[in-house]
Design a protein around this ligand. Structure first.
Ligand SMILES: Cc1cc2nc3c(=O)[nH]c(=O)nc-3n(C[C@H](O)[C@H](O)[C@H](O)COP(=O)(O)OP(=O)(O)OC[C@H]3O[C@@H](n4cnc5c(N)ncnc54)[C@H](O)[C@@H]3O)c2cc1C
Length: 454
C-alpha cells in the first residue's frame, strides 16, 4: 500500500485536507491531539442540549462548503439574524444587514456626513469588487498597497471606527480597529453581503461527523515535531497515550493555526518572519440557556461598544431568545479572559444587562476559551503569504492548511485545505519509497496525483 499522507489536526482544515486527499485517491491518517473532531468549530453535549463552541454560520455563496452539504445530504438550515443592534452614543441602534450595505440614512445621520461618506465608499468598493477579492488574486494586493500603511481606525472618523467598523473588526478578528488592517476589513466586508447566512439545523457537529466519516483519525495523537532531513520530511514525533514515539512519514499536511504550525517545524528564516507577522487574538464564547427569553423587543444580536468586555452577543438561533452566545472579545475582554468560570459568566451577564437587562434565570452554561484565538491576518498579507508558501515549498513533502491562508471562515479553511493538498500532490520530487510489489498502486497514486494537480 502506498505511504499515507499524515494530516495534523482534525478541525475543518485537517478534515478538509483528508477529504480532498481521499478524492484524489490518496490515503490519509489524521492525527488529532484531542478526543473529538471540529476544533474551533466544535460542539459539546450538555445533557439534552448541544452547544456549538465556535464557528457555525455559513453563507450560501460558499461553493466548497455548499458542495459538501449537498454531498452529505444536509439540507435543513436555520436563518441567521437579519440585522443586529449596535451600541452607539450610549444607546442601542438597530441595523439591518441589507440596509447597512446599501446605505442606511438613519445610520448615516448618526455618523455625520464625513463618516457616512467614508463608510459608504468603503462598503461600495467592497461590494463592487466582491467577486475579485480573495487572498489568491491580484486585487487584494492593490488594496493592501493603497490602504495597509495604517490600521483600520486611522482610515475613518472616530464615530465610524468605534461603531459599524468595529462591528467587523470584532467579528472577523476578535480585535479593535486599531489592531487590524483595512485589507482584511475589505475582504470580510465583501463577503458580508454575499449569499444568505445560515446555520445547520441540529448544529455544526452534523457537518463534522459526515466530514470525518470513513477517514482514519487517531485521537489523542499529539504531533510534537515534524522531522526533516536533507530538506525533506522524514518522520513525525508523536505523543500518544503518555508515550512518545517517532514514526516514518514522507508527506505531511499541517492543519493547525499559524502560531502552532510554526512550533512544529524549522522554517527558513524568511518564512519564520512571515509566520510571526500573522496575528491571533484570544476570545471566550459562553453559551448560556435561561428559563425565559433574554432577547426581546426585536433585539436578537448586540454589538457592544469599545471598553465593554463583550464583543457581540446573539441568540443562538432566531427562534431561541433564551439561548445566548456571549462572545468576550476585543481589548477590554482580554483583562477578564482568565477569570474563573463563574466570575466570567457573571461579568458577561452584568455587561449584557447594562444594555438589555436579563430577567430570566440561568439554567445551564458552557465556556469555550479560545486562548489561541482567531486569525487577524497581517498588513500586506499577500507578501507575507508569498514568503510563507516559498518557505513551505522548500521543505519536500510538507504543506499547510488553516485559517491563516485563504480567509478565516470555514470556507476559507476548506479552500486552504484544497490548495495545500494540490501543492503537496504536485510535489514530483518526492522519493519513490515503495517496494517493487507496490509499484502498481504507486503508479495509480501518481496518476491521481497528476489529475488532482492539473
Ligand atoms: C467563537 C468563534 C466563532 C466563529 N464563528 C464562525 C462562523 O460562524 N463561521 C465561520 O465560517 N467561521 C467561524 N469561526 C472561524 C472558524 O471556526 C475557524 O476558522 C475554523 O474552525 C478553524 O479550523 P481549523 O481546522 O483551521 O483549526 P482548528 O479548528 O483550530 O483545528 C485544529 C485542530 O488541531 C488539533 N491540534 C492542535 N495541536 C495539535 C497537535 N500538535 N497535534 C495534533 N492535533 C493538534 C486541535 O485540537 C484542533 O482540533 C469562528 C471561530 C470562533 C473561535
Amino acid at each position: 500500500m502506498p505511504e499515507p499522507v499524515h494530516v495534523i489536526g482534525a478541525g475543518i482544515s485537517g478534515l478538509g485536507a483528508a477529504h480532498y486527499l481521499k478524492q484524489a485517491g490518496v490515503r490519509a491518517i489524521v492525527h488529532e491531539a484531542g478526543p473529538v473532531v471540529g476544533g474551533r468549530a466544535g460542539h459539546v453535549r450538555a445533557g439534552d442540549l448541544t452547544f456549538e463552541t465556535g464557528g457555525k454560520n455559513f453563507s450560501t455563496a460558499w461553493t466548497r462548503f455548499g458542495a459538501l452539504l449537498d454531498e452529505f445530504g444536509i439540507d435543513e438550515f436555520e436563518p441567521q439574524h437579519p440585522g443586529f443592534h449596535i451600541v452607539m452614543k450610549d444607546r442601542l441602534v438597530a441595523l439591518s444587514k441589507e440596509r447597512t450595505l446599501s446605505g442606511d440614512l438613519r445610520l448615516f445621520r448618526l455618523l455625520g456626513l464625513r463618516g457616512a461618506l467614508q463608510l459608504n465608499s468603503f462598503l461600495t468598493t467592497a461590494r463592487r469588487n466582491a467577486g475579485r477579492l480573495n487572498y489568491s488574486g491580484g486585487l487584494i494586493e492593490e488594496i493592501e498597497q493603497r490602504l495597509d500603511h495604517a490600521t483600520i481606525d486611522r482610515h475613518f472618523t472616530r464615530t465610524v471606527s468605534d461603531g459599524p467598523v468595529r462591528l467587523f473588526s470584532i467579528i472577523m478578528g476578535a480585535a479593535e480597529p486599531s489592531e487590524l488592517y483595512p485589507s482584511l476589513l475589505m475582504l470580510f466586508a465583501s463577503g458580508f453581503g454575499k449569499g444568505e447566512h445560515r446555520a445547520i439545523k441540529g448544529g455544526i457537529g452534523r457537518f463534522h461527523a459526515r466530514l470525518a466519516k470513513a477517514k482514519t483519525i487517531r485521537f489523542g495523537s499529539r504531533i510534537e515535531r515534524v522531522l526533516v532531513e536533507g530538506g525533506r520530511v522524514v518522520g513525525l514525533r508523536i505523543v500518544a497515550g503518555g508515550r512518545a514515539e517517532t514514526i516514518p512519514a514522507s508527506r505531511v499536511v499541517c492543519a493547525l493555526p499559524a502560531h502552532q504550525m510554526k512550533t512544529l517545524i524549522d522554517l527558513p528564516a524568511y518564512a519564520r518572519v512571515a509566520a510571526d507577522r500573522i496575528r491571533y487574538h484570544p476570545l471566550a464564547l459562553i453559551n448560556a440557556v435561561y428559563d425565559g427569553p433574554v432577547f426581546r423587543d426585536g433585539v436578537h444580536s448586540i454589538m457592544f461598544e469599545p471598553g465593554s468586555i463583550l464583543g457581540h452577543c446573539s441568540a443562538n438561533r432566531l427562534d431561541t431568545p433564551e439561548h445566548v452566545r456571549f462572545t468576550l472579545s476585543g481589548q477590554a475582554a482580554r483583562d477578564v479572559l482568565d477569570l474563573a468560570d463563574d466570575e466570567l459568566i457573571a461579568a458577561a451577564e452584568n455587561a449584557f444587562s447594562e444594555r438589555l437587562p436579563i430577567r430570566a434565570r440561568r439554567i445551564r452554561a458552557h465556556i469555550a476559551r479560545h486562548d489561541g484565538g482567531i486569525c487577524g491576518y497581517a498588513p500586506h498579507f499577500t507578501s507575507v503569504k508569498r514568503d510563507l508558501l516559498r518557505g513551505i515549498a522548500a521543505i519536500g513533502g510538507f504543506d499547510i492548511a488553516g485559517d491563516y491562508l485563504e480567509g478565516h471562515t470555514m470556507e476559507g479553511c476548506l479552500a486552504s485545505a484544497e490548495a495545500g493538498v494540490r501543492r503537496l500532490l504536485a510535489d514530483r520530487t518526492l522519493p519513490v519509497r515503495q517496494a517493487p510489489m507496490r509499484s502498481r498502486s504507486h503508479d495509480l497514486e501518481t496518476q491521481m496525483t497528476l489529475q488532482a494537480a492539473s
